[in-house]
Design a protein around this ligand. Structure first.
Ligand SMILES: [Zn+2]
Ligand SMILES: [Zn+2]
Length: 302
């Protein structure tokens, strides 16, 4: 299950309603951040996601609206007693950018900060999920991230277990993969179920590498900076249009689409959501601090 906090959903400059890009994804106890715009630490404090539990931060590109929250968040973590390592992943140049920002501020971190420059095609493996890196196109070094959960065990069939003569106390052993009383786990459990997947693109023009990355994903979190009427602006600033994104989601068999990086120019207008739903009904434009739970069967806001 993914628990997704939309900490900041704005684009380029903050507004009263939308803070700068920051998406937090909780899987088990671990929280991963995707981009960290200015003000992200306070947005996290306003939510039920503890900023102290953020173990890794994925940065799509080094435009200020996506990274200026890093030094503040990291310093606050240190001042609040964090001693465990934090990993930051980003495209080529993230090391210089982040080290430069940290050096500009007095005070050393009392925990290890490990900054990793990643390239398209790389796969990063963690305990319960992996993250693959794909190329995006935004006029500067940029990448997107696809998170895939580890496969889940197959469904446990109670009736088969009973008929095979197993007792309740045997069930957990079977679920752990042990053979009990001559009964093998595969006789009782269904085939492993594939883990869910989530893509976060950051800012990008509509391009083939993004199209490939989003095929069949459960959750696509994509920038929705411009509507199609402003396609020329989108092109000039290396962004996609909402129409392109929604059609792609539909063609790629995406389960749910969340549009973020929402431009202030559309204010309260319904145009962005109407344009998206014209092509892909299961689209959401979250507000700041909205939380969505995504399970294999449902997408809901608690
Ligand atoms: Zn941006
Ligand atoms: Zn950008």
């Amino acid at each position: 299950m993914f628990e997704i906090l939309f900490a900041g959903t704005g684009a380029s400059v903050p507004s009263r309603d939308r803070s700068l890009p920051c998406i937090a994804v909780r899987i088990g106890k671990s929280i991963s951040l995707f981009d960290c715009g200015e003000g992200s630490q306070r947005q996290l404090m306003l939510s039920k996601f503890s900023f102290m539990k953020v173990d890794r931060i994925f940065i799509t590109h080094m435009h200020g609206d996506h990274i200026l929250g890093l030094p503040g968040l990291l310093q606050t973590m240190g001042l609040s007693g964090r001693r465990e390592k934090v990993d930051v992943f980003g495209p080529v140049g993230i090391k210089d950018s982040l080290c430069g920002m940290m050096d500009a501020c007095e005070g050393d971190l009392e925990f290890e900060l490990d900054i990793h420059e990643v390239n398209a095609g790389e796969i990063l493996r963690f305990n319960t999920f992996l993250v693959s890196v794909f190329a995006t196109v935004h006029g500067c070094p940029s990448v997107g991230f696809k998170l895939t959960e580890a496969d889940r065990p197959g469904v446990f069939d109670q009736e088969k277990a009973f008929l095979a003569g197993l007792e309740k106390s045997d069930y957990s052993k079977i679920q752990r993969g042990e053979t009990v009383k001559g009964v093998r786990p595969e006789e009782i459990m269904g085939p492993p179920r594939p883990g869910m997947s989530l893509v976060y693109t950051g800012d990008t023009v509509y391009c083939d590498t993004v199209k490939d990355a989003v095929k069949g994903v459960d959750v696509l979190i994509h920038e929705g900076t411009y509507v199609e009427e402003d396609a020329e602006l989108a092109k000039g600033h290396f962004h996609s249009t909402i129409g392109e994104v929604a059609r792609m989601a539909n063609d790629a068999g995406v389960r749910s689409l969340f549009l973020v990086h929402i431009s202030n120019r559309y204010g309260d207008s319904e145009e962005p959501i109407e344009e998206a739903k014209k092509y892909f009904e299961n689209t959401f434009i979250p507000n700041d601090l909205d939380i969505f739970m995504v399970t294999p069967d449902s997408v809901r806001s608690p």
